[in-house]
Design a protein around this ligand. Structure first.
Ligand SMILES: Cc1cc2nc3c(=O)[nH]c(=O)nc-3n(C[C@H](O)[C@H](O)[C@H](O)COP(=O)(O)O)c2cc1C
Length: 341
């Protein structure tokens, strides 16, 4: 007999992860310095089924670090996921407990970050070199919270140690509810092309929902990633910067629906203004201005006109919020309609 959970998990419009029923199969990736709560809120509103916070280092979060608290912010986000990183079971479990108490509906453990600062502390992707420790961390976090716990990893540390299937299999035994694989090794950082067929080896090792990640630029890529990897869902990072609606469009296509058209210029201006204002209130004006730069460049990436380069420069260096908003409105109103995802 087929259970309700199986019916749901076989329906392309939803994905069941632990007790959560997600309304689609395209997610926003965690990106430190990028996926602030304002971006996650917009992406979710445009149809992303799940959005991940920037990575929080457990010890900083527990120590009351303001930046970590901002990263954990989830106001207005229906399915708020907090990603944590660390290399010791107790602080990682306590960070998970704190995030859950603050409203997280899922906890994601980072085992993919390649940065030396993180891997030097044996966290992030360094855990792929010590699977016993990795599993100890997974076990501690799962024991600490009631919400589902997911894991994000790479294919392995380097081309000689592609141990993602083993880590995934052992994590599934511990009770991990979902696994994301970025189809590169740690030693590749962001070089080369993500290996989507390589993710299939993890598919063959686990039955929990699997998410494929790396170099997905639109709906065609998402379909190709799923076909190559056998994953249940896709996660999009860099391609969504300045385009928070992209993930909803991909979710439409994966669900077999017509892809929502790109937002009109006035809708894009409204989204960019909302994002910008939220950043200033989240970080304060001085820090918010700096934090906003990569988003501002992203929003105007398709702008055209002979003075575009000068306007873009002014946009990302201006310290006058009113001027930034006026520039956004000017540049986005000139943008030609973009192609479909
Ligand atoms: C600026 C930046 C910050 C990132 N920060 C994180 C992070 O905090 N946690 C994480 O698991 N991955 C992080 N990543 C990796 C992304 O989640 C994703 O795995 C990677 O960008 C590949 O996906 P993409 O090709 O769709 O961007 C980051 C990537 C970028 C570009």
């Amino acid at each position: 007999m087929i259970s309700n959970a199986q019916i749901l998990s076989n329906n392309a419009e939803v994905l069941t992860v632990g007790a959560l029923v997600l309304p689609g199969r395209a997610f926003l990736a965690p990106m430190a310095g990028v996926t602030d709560s304002a971006m996650r809120r917009l992406a979710e509103r445009f149809g992303a089924a799940l959005t991940f916070s920037e990575m929080l280092e457990a010890e900083f979060y527990l120590g009351g670090d303001r930046e970590a608290a901002i990263r954990a912010e989830g106001e207005g986000i229906a399915t708020h996921v907090v990603q944590i990183a660390g290399c010791a079971p107790y602080p990682l479990a306590e960070a998970a407990r704190l995030a859950e108490a603050a409203g997280a509906r899922m906890i994601d453990i980072n085992m993919g970050c390649p940065a030396k600062r993180v891997t030097g502390g044996a966290a992030g992707s360094a855990l792929m070199r010590d699977l016993d420790l990795a599993i100890e961390l997974v076990r501690a976090v799962i024991a600490a919270v009631k919400v589902p716990v997911s894991l994000k990893m790479r294919l392995g540390w380097d081309a000689e140690t592609l141990n993602a299937p083993e880590l995934a299999r052992r994590a599934e035994v511990e009770g991990v509810a979902m696994i994301t694989v970025h189809g590169r090794t740690r030693c590749q950082f962001y070089n080369g092309k993500a290996d989507w067929p390589g993710i299939r080896r993890v598919r063959e090792a686990v039955t929990v929902p699997l998410v494929a990640n790396g170099d997905c630029l639109g709906a065609d890529d998402a379909q190709a990633m799923i076909a190559a990897s056998g994953a249940d869902a896709v996660m999009i990072g860099r391609a969504a910067i300045g385009r928070p609606w992209l993930i909803g469009q991909i979710a439409d296509d994966l669900a077999g629906r017509a892809i929502a058209p790109d937002p009109s210029p006035s809708q894009r201006i409204a989204a960019a203004h909302e994002h910008y204002r939220s950043l200033l209130s989240l970080f304060g004006v001085a820090k918010g201005l700096r934090h906003a730069r990569k988003h501002l460049s992203g929003y105007v990436q398709g702008a055209c006109g002979p003075d575009t380069a000068a306007l873009r420069k002014r946009l990302v260096t201006s310290e006058e919020p009113a001027e930034v908003e006026a520039l956004l409105a000017l540049m986005l109103s000139r943008e030609p309609p973009a192609g479909v995802a």
